[in-house]
Design a binder for this molecule. Sequence first.
Ligand code: ZN
Length: 313
Amino acid sequence: MKKKNLGIHHITAIVGHPQENIDFYAGVLGLRLIKKTVNFDDPNTYHLYFGDEVGSPGTAITFFPFIQSREGRIGGGQVATTSYIIPPGSMEFWKSRLYDFNIPYIVNERFGEKYVQFQDPHGLELKLVEREEGKNNKWEFAGVTSDVAIKGFGGATLLSVLPDKTVQLLEEILGFDRIGQELDIIRFKSPGPIGNIIDLKTTPVSFGRMGIGTVHHIALRAKDDEDMMEWKNYLEDKGYNVSPIRNRKYFKSIYFREHGGNLFEIATDGPGFAIDEKFEELGKGLMLPPQYEDRRQEIEKKLIPVEVKEILD
Ligand code: ZN
């Protein structure tokens, strides 16, 4: 039986200054900073998570802000564009909001859907598209009310150095359905309720360079530990080299790199972000995994102080 994935769990990117990152994703886009922690492999840098009011799977974008890192170049083996769903009728609100914040945007159409495309302050390409699917985001901040708030991911556009191999992965292994093609973009859809579209460019693109302004990996959802274990065995049977299961505290994860260069993760829906902070407190404290708790003072001293604040446009 072919397994079907449930769509995007989270997307993780590399950016520059953490305050600029927070000012944009919380202050301009109105997402909730749901977790402020550190890179579990390098505790001297933040790992920041933004999503809907609880960071539901399919809404969370996460960042490693590296001030010293070199600039990246978007290319093969990377997510080129991340798209977000906004409620039907809210596009005019977003266009005028982007205008007010001096953020240049273009309006375009793909597969019969209009979208607004723009960049975050560090060069990541983002899109907003109106769709019915997904529940309204209850988080209201800085003039972004629930009726216009970003609901979560719509999908992602992937670039591949070997698009035929990436097609095979998406269709034959990850269980996406091919639902259309427009010029050199194939659209795939999974049965998930949100974050369920992957667009793939069929023209091969040479490798990008990881760095500021590029996506590091894209994570798909597993229902629970058992489902993830099934994915691990299934991918290994198909010849993929899959990492051991890693405990990321808010979910468990496995990673594998596909032949077209993209780094995929499969992450469990639970336990979620409320495991170490109450709903009201999400994103407020610096949450460290247990192995770093005894180094808290030293770690806090090295991190740049940041805050969630309203931005004047
Ligand atoms: Zn991840």
